[in-house]
Design a protein around this ligand. Structure first.
Ligand SMILES: *Cc1c(COP(=O)(O)O)cnc(C)c1O
Length: 399
C-alpha cells in the first residue's frame, strides 16, 4: 500500500488520536463525531431532496445516534431492539422505518403499536403478517439483487428482495389486504465500487412504476439503499461523486422525481473510527519458512468480521513509523488473538509491515467506525467486546 496515514487523517486529527490513546489499554475503537457530521452533511448536500434513514446497524453507539438525531436524520431499523434503543433516545416513531424484510409477526405488531408506519417487505408471508399486524401502513417492496456483476466489497445479494415479477403480484395484493403500497427499494451491495449498479436497479424501478400505475396503483417513493463508500485501502470516489452519478441516473429514469429515500450506514460512520491495537507476537512457523505471522490483539472475533473472505481491507499503520521515513517492510500474515484458526484477517492479500516490528508496537486500523464494535463477540476466549471511546470535544477544540 503506497498511501500514508495522512491520506486518511489530518495531522491535527492524528495528533489528537495519539494524545487520547496514550497509556490506554488496547484494543479499542475511537470515534470522531465531527467526521460523522461532515459525512452526513456531505451526503445530504449532495442529494438535498433525499430523506436520509441512517442504517443504525453500522454503528448504533448512543453518541452517534444523538448526533444524527440533532441533524434531523431518520433511522432504518432491523429489530425491535434497535427500535427500543431509539425510543430510549427519544426518536419519534415517524422517524423510523422497519427495513428488515425478515421479521417476526409479533415484532411487526410491536412496531405498529409503538407508532411505526413504514415497513419493507419482499415476500407474501411477510406481507400477510404486515396486513394483519400493521394495517394501513406504508409498504416498500425490495427488489432482489441477483449478484450479476456486483462490484460490492460486502455484497447483500440473494438473501433479500423479490424478483420484479413477484413484486408486480405483491403490490395489488398489498392493496387488497388494506396496506398502502408506497414504493420500491434495493441495495446495490455495501461498499459498491460500480456506480452504474444504481442505473441497473433504477431501470427496474422505472418499469415497475409504469406497470403499477397502469394497474391504478401509483407508487410514490424509491429507497435507493446504502452502498455509498468509505475510504479503505483502495482509492474510492467521494460521496459527492457517487451522489452525482446516482442523481444523473435518477433524472434519466424519473424526470419528475418521486420521493427519494436513502439508507446509508458505512459511508456515514466508517471513516470516523480508528481501532488502536497492539502487536502481541511476530513469529515464523519453521526455520526454513520466510513467512512472517503477525498476531494483533484484535481479530475477527474482536470486531473485524468484515475481513471474512478478506472482503474489507482496512488501512493499517504502525505508530512507531508514522512520522519517520518508511522503514524496510515485508509481507505478513495477519491474525487475531483467539484460539480459532478462522481468526486470520489476511493471508491471501499481503499487508506490508516493518521488518523490525516488535511486540507491543501499536497499530492504527483505520476506517473502522462501521460494522466493527457490534460484531465483536461478547466473551469468546474470555475477550470482552470491543471498547469504544468518543474522541472528546475538548481535545478537538484545542487545536
Ligand atoms: C445494511 C443496510 C444498509 C446500509 O448499507 P451501507 O452499505 O452500510 O450504507 C441500508 N439498507 C439496508 C436495508 C441494509 O440492510
Amino acid at each position: 500500500m503506497d498511501k500514508t496515514i495522512y491520506n486518511y487523517l489530518t495531522p491535527a486529527e492524528l495528533h489528537h488520536i495519539q494524545e487520547f490513546s496514550k497509556n490506554k489499554e488496547t484494543p479499542f475503537l475511537l470515534i470522531n463525531l465531527e467526521k460523522i457530521a461532515q459525512k452526513y452533511n456531505e451526503l445530504q448536500q449532495s442529494l438535498p431532496y433525499a430523506k436520509i434513514y441512517y442504517a443504525m446497524k453500522a454503528n448504533p453507539q448512543e453518541e452517534v445516534i444523538n448526533l444524527l438525531k440533532e441533524h434531523g436524520t431518520h433511522f432504518d431499523i432491523a429489530s425491535k431492539y434497535e427500535m427500543d434503543q431509539l425510543f430510549q433516545q427519544a426518536i419519534p416513531p415517524q422517524h423510523m422505518s422497519f427495513g428488515n424484510t425478515i421479521k417476526k409477526s409479533q415484532d411487526i405488531a410491536y412496531a405498529y403499536q409503538q407508532g411505526i408506519r413504514l415497513f419493507t417487505t419482499d415476500s407474501q408471508m411477510d406481507l400477510e403478517h404486515l396486513a394483519q399486524h400493521a394495517p394501513g401502513s406504508n409498504i416498500i417492496f425490495r427488489i432482489i439483487s441477483e449478484g450479476s456483476g456486483s462490484f460490492a466489497d460486502w455484497p447483500l445479494s440473494k438473501k433479500f428482495g423479490a424478483h420484479p415479477d413477484l413484486i408486480t403480484t405483491l403490490i395489488p395484493k398489498a392493496k387488497d389486504l388494506g396496506l398502502h403500497p408506497y414504493g420500491l427499494s434495493f441495495h446495490v451491495g455495501s461498499q459498491q465500487r460500480n456506480i452504474s449498479e444504481w442505473d441497473h436497479f433504477l431501470t427496474i424501478c422505472k418499469s415497475l412504476f409504469d406497470q403499477t400505475s397502469q394497474q391504478g396503483i401509483p407508487l410514490e417513493a424509491i429507497d435507493i439503499g446504502g452502498g455509498f463508500p468509505a475510504q479503505y485501502i483502495h482509492t474510492t470516489p467521494s460521496i459527492k461523486e457517487y451522489a452525482q452519478g446516482v442523481h444523473s441516473y435518477l433524472k434519466k429514469h424519473f424526470p419528475k422525481l418521486p420521493e427519494i429515500i436513502i439508507e446509508p450506514g458505512r459511508s456515514i460512520t466508517a471513516d470516523s473510527g480508528v481501532i488502536v491495537s497492539e502487536v502481541i507476537l511476530v513469529s515464523q512457523k519453521s526455520p526454513y519458512s520466510p513467512d512472517r505471522w503477525v498476531y494483533l490483539d484484535i481479530g475477527k472475533f474482536g470486531g473485524l468480521i468484515e475481513t471474512l473472505d478478506e472482503s474489507i481491507k482496512y488501512p493499517i499503520f504502525i505508530e512507531r513509523y508514522i512520522n519517520q521515513p518508511p522503514p524496510k517492510t515485508g509481507e505478513v500474515f495477519l491474525a487475531g488473538p483467539t484460539c480459532d484458526s478462522y481468526d486470520i484477517m489476511y493471508e491471501k492479500f499481503k499487508y506490508q509491515l516493518p521488518l523490525d516490528l516488535q511486540s507491543r508496537d501499536r497499530a492504527f486500523i483505520l476506517t473502522t467506525g462501521a460494522y466493527t464494535q457490534t460484531y465483536s463477540s461478547i466473551c469468546f476466549n474470555g475477550f470482552p467486546p470491543l471498547k469504544v471511546y468518543i474522541l472528546p470535544k475538548e481535545i478537538l477544540a484545542n487545536q
